[in-house]
Write a protein that binds this ligand. Structure first.
Ligand SMILES: Nc1nc2c(ncn2[C@@H]2O[C@H](COP(=O)(O)OP(=O)(O)OP(=O)(O)O)[C@@H](O)[C@H]2O)c(=O)[nH]1
Length: 197
């Protein structure tokens, strides 16, 4: 897809997993490599946002947070600051089954909205969203004020929510949203892969 940046936020603590969840093995790769494979076809630019050298082996740009250890909004700040495109798909490193069709659908439905974000069963998923680079000042201002909850800045910009339940039928598989946060989630992921073999 032309002019779409994909930013994978991977600078979290992974405390529920107990080790870096992005680097867990899945078949012959790591979880983050699955995301990269999924999203590379729609990205004209793709990078990682994290404050570590652990991702250097991927051979992709890794940008550091200006506000370290402030959570995912700090990752969004970095992504919007460095992106070379106006539309930035922001995602988490723990969504290995998310198909490119979902951000692809969000990206073509942004209209003149600043944020186009997915919701599942009525709950907004802020890390499955297209964010416009032009809202960078709003994000930066929130972080500077030590407000680091993502949806807190939404009232200041134009947000479009797209319900998972309204996606094209081929994209409505619940397992696509599997968030690998805990060892139990990882077990679930491995089972899904084994059952596909
Ligand atoms: N760049 C960056 N990414 C972050 C930061 N905090 C969380 N993330 C990423 O944001 C996504 C969602 O993070 P969470 O799962 O809520 O938190 P986590 O720290 O990774 O994991 P827990 O410690 O188990 O809560 C993941 O992809 C994280 O890697 C941060 O401070 N900077």
């Amino acid at each position: 897809m032309q002019n779409l940046t994909v930013a994978i936020l991977a600078g979290g603590k992974s405390s529920r997993m107990g080790r870096n969840k992005a680097l867990l093995p899945l078949e012959s790769k790591t979880i983050i490599e699955h995301l990269i494979t999924n999203f590379q076809p729609i990205a004209s630019e793709l990078f990682i946002v994290a404050n570590t050298s652990e991702y250097d082996f991927l051979g992709l740009p890794v940008y550091n947070d200006r506000y370290p250890a402030q959570g995912p909004l700090a990752g969004i700040e970095t992504a919007l600051r460095v992106a070379t495109n106006e539309k930035v798909f922001i995602t988490a490193c723990d969504l290995p089954l998310l198909p490119a069709g979902i951000p692809g659908h969000l990206a073509v439905n942004t209209g003149d909205f600043d944020v186009t974000v997915l919701a599942f069963k009525g709950k907004i998923e802020p890390l499955i969203g297209i964010y416009r680079k032009s809202i960078y000042p709003v994000v930066d201002q929130h972080l500077a004020l030590k407000k680091n909850k993502i949806i807190e800045f939404y009232p200041q910009v134009k947000v479009k929510v797209i319900n998972f339940e309204d996606l094209p039928a081929n994209l409505q598989k619940e397992e696509y949203l599997l968030n690998v946060n805990t060892p139990a989630d990882y077990e679930k992921l491995l089972k899904i892969f084994i059952s596909k073999e």
